[in-house]
Design a protein around this ligand. Structure first.
Ligand code: NAD
Ligand code: TDX
Length: 357
């Protein structure tokens, strides 16, 4: 395989994948990205022009997609509307990009007979109880909770139908929560790091007992490459690095890692329908394809991520006030009393709740 079309390559995980591919392979890459609020061409600055080309465009544009797919050997599909909170406020772009965009790509790879890899999420499986011993596997029934995760589930099912009905050579991967450089500041970890840099208290939804299974973006990239190389068309692979942590522990680790008291955060309004726990059993990927994570030490990865946001304020500064304004207009408020030890000024529609420390 020589030439890849990567959709959503200017987003968080896509950009990390492009850098990984450039550093670890000889592949040629074309990125197709609409540059929504979540896409940043600067995340791809300085890549070699003999191996890399950027095309600004929409995956729902069938003519453009057809011409790009015709010129490559395989498509890796990252482009999506990706943030649960946004999907609660305005679901329509999630249906358009995640469902219709995936359909447009599937039709093009079907027509041109190209290999397709679909990037998906563990959220399609719904939530686990905190004490559930069985983690998500390739056989867990789909049970998505949010508009975001239901559109990702729908896109996975489209891929499966195009495999079965039309013989498209496609694989799917469902990965757990990623962290690392280039992640938009609307997301949990960068939001808290950049709040602390700005002297604002981090914000924990509800009680903070919700568990996410963290994986470094580079480990996601190495797994996707492995599936492209050795994955069996028609199959699904779960990607995870045994990184379960509750949100409270993560926020405390960020605070301590940035030289602040561990309790210098606020509990805020919980996310409606907030999934309690995700946890991935990635045995299949490890045993059948011989993959293993290289960055499974969360403390090391988090320290590197904090350092990246400290060193790259130019990259994130322009996103910050708009992201916080969205939270504010969605009604996020500091909770006092029962659910936690909130302190500092109440948000009451304001962006800033209080100072760290
Ligand atoms: P992101 O929001 O950071 O990036 C999405 C990218 O897609 C942006 O560059 C955006 O401009 C682009 N895009 C959006 N709509 C488009 C359209 N119609 N046409 C072309 N480009 C468009 O998202 P992310 O966190 O990097 O997630 C990438 C993929 O990985 C998504 O499919 C997501 O569901 C999946 N995923 C994410 C995580 C995670 O922890 N972030 C975990 C598992 C799976
Ligand atoms: O300020 C916050 N405070 C907080 O407690 C934010 C933004 C989030 N949270 C909580 C909600 C979640 O339990 O932190 C956890 C992580 O939140 P997000 O970063 O929004 O991620 P999540 O909803 O878990 O979804 C992510 O992982 C799966 C990605 O955004 C999805 O694209 C991916 O599919």
């Amino acid at each position: 395989m020589l030439r890849l079309l990567v959709t959503g390559g200017a987003g968080f995980i896509g950009a990390n994948f492009i850098h990984y591919v450039m550093a670890h392979t000889d592949l040629q890459v074309v990125v197709l990205d609409k540059l929504t609020y979540a896409g940043h061409e600067s995340s791809l600055a300085g890549l070699p022009t003999d191996r890399f080309r950027f095309v600004k465009g929409d995956i729902c544009d069938a003519e453009l997609v057809d011409s790009l797919v015709a010129g490559v050997d395989a498509v890796v599909h990252y482009a999506a509307e990706s943030h649960n909170d946004n999907s609660l406020a305005d679901p329509l772009p999630f249906l358009q990009t995640n469902i219709m965009g995936t359909y447009v790509l599937l039709d093009a790879v079907r027509k041109h007979g190209k290999r397709f890899h679909h990037i998906s999420t563990d959220e399609v499986y719904g939530e686990l109880a905190l004490d559930e011993p069985q983690r998500f596997t390739e056989h867990t029934p789909y049970n998505p909770s949010s508009p975001y995760s239901s559109t990702k589930a729908g896109s996975d099912l489209l891929v499966r139908a195009w495999v079965r009905s039309f013989g498209v050579e496609a694989t799917i991967s469902n990965c757990s929560n990623n962290y690392g450089p280039f992640q938009h500041v609307e997301k949990f970890i960068p939001r808290q790091i950049t709040n602390i840099i700005d002297g604002v208290r981090p914000r924990l939804y509800g009680s903070g007992e919700n568990v996410r299974d963290w994986i470094h973006a580079d480990d996601h990239s190495s797994a996707v490459l492995r599936i492209l190389e050795r994955g069996v068309p028609g199959e699904t692979y779960l990607i995870g690095a045994d990184g379960e942590r509750n949100n409270k522990d993560v926020i405390e680790a960020i605070l301590v890692g940035m030289g602040q008291p561990a309790d210098a955060y606020d509990h805020v309004t919980d996310r409606p329908g907030h999934d309690l726990r995700y946890a991935i059993d990635s045995s299949r990927l490890r045993t059948e394809l011989g993959w293993a994570p290289s960055h499974a030490d969360f403390a090391v990865g988090l320290a590197g991520t904090i350092a990246w946001y400290r060193d790259n304020e130019d990259w994130w500064r322009g996103q910050k006030s708009a992201a916080e304004a969205k939270y504010s207009s969605a009604g996020e408020q500091v909770q006092h009393g029962a659910s936690g030890q909130a302190s500092g000024a109440a948000a009451t529609g304001q962006v800033i709740s209080g100072q760290v420390g």
